[in-house]
Design a protein around this ligand. Structure first.
Ligand SMILES: Cc1cc2nc3c(=O)[nH]c(=O)nc-3n(C[C@H](O)[C@H](O)[C@H](O)COP(=O)(O)O)c2cc1C
Length: 222
């Protein structure tokens, strides 16, 4: 009898393939792989694609693309692959209080076709799967909740992913180390030493949490 291997796919919404977001995503996939899961990491910035074009082919009654995105670009084969995935992990840096532009475009294309315009809204995704959101950002946890106040946006992402896929978990990495060499950039508001210390002391814990997320997702169905 053939044993079905679980598949976990992660998406990097940072243009940087070796930095904070990518590192956490790789850790999550390492955790999943440690449980015998097949894993894949897609860097969204390698792909040529747009956000939702509002064509409504995914909503057209009796249409051949009903419940699926009809736009044919680099994302089309990836959206097909997602139909077979057992878990998805979306990682993004915070850009101006929300996910990066590529991640936003990806989420529009991923989520809108499965969302029905019914009351209440429902999901056309055929199964329930586990999903994860990994965010990295410059601000501290206190700043995010306080003066910058973009927690609501992140809560909204959780709400939509839960509706479409059945389950979601978020992992937030705060006060990240942003530059190779802080002395070479004009960024006086950051204390480079403090940032380096946090990268050494706290970021490894974020990595452990990502590893744990991946390994838990491997055996789990919502
Ligand atoms: C265009 C741009 C906008 C950013 N906006 C924010 C922001 O609004 N809030 C924040 O906390 N960090 C912001 N940052 C910092 C990044 O979120 C942070 O450095 C992140 O960890 C980078 O991820 P990466 O290392 O995976 O590329 C911004 C960075 C860039 C390049």
């Amino acid at each position: 009898m053939e044993v079905e291997v679980m598949k976990v796919i992660a998406f990097n919404g940072s243009p940087r393939k070796q930095w904070n977001t990518a590192t956490l995503l790789k850790k999550a996939l390492e955790g999943a792989a440690s449980q015998g899961t097949q894993t894949e990491l897609t860097h969204l910035y390698d792909l040529n694609f747009s956000g939702c074009t509002s064509c409504f082919a995914c909503k057209t009654r009796g249409g051949k693309s009903y419940g699926h995105c009809a736009v044919q670009d680099d994302l089309a084969p990836i959206l097909n692959k997602i139909e077979e995935a057992d878990a998805l992990i979306l990682g993004s840096p915070i850009y101006f209080g929300t996910v990066s532009g590529e991640m936003k475009s990806f989420m529009e294309r991923l989520l809108f076709p499965y969302l029905t315009y019914t009351s209440p809204p429902q999901s056309l995704f055929a199964r329930k799967i586990q999903t994860g959101l990994i965010y990295t950002m410059n601000v501290t946890e206190e700043q995010m909740a306080g003066e910058y106040n973009f927690g609501q946006h992140l809560a909204w992402n959780e709400r939509v992913l839960t509706l479409i896929f059945g389950a979601v978990e978020s992992l937030l990495s705060f006060d990240t180390y942003q530059f190779e060499d802080y002395s070479k950039v004009v960024a006086d508001r950051f204390d480079a030493q403090k940032k380096a210390k946090r990268r050494e002391e706290v970021f490894p814990k974020d990595c452990d949490n990502a590893l744990d997320m991946g390994s838990r997702f491997a055996g789990k169905q919502p």
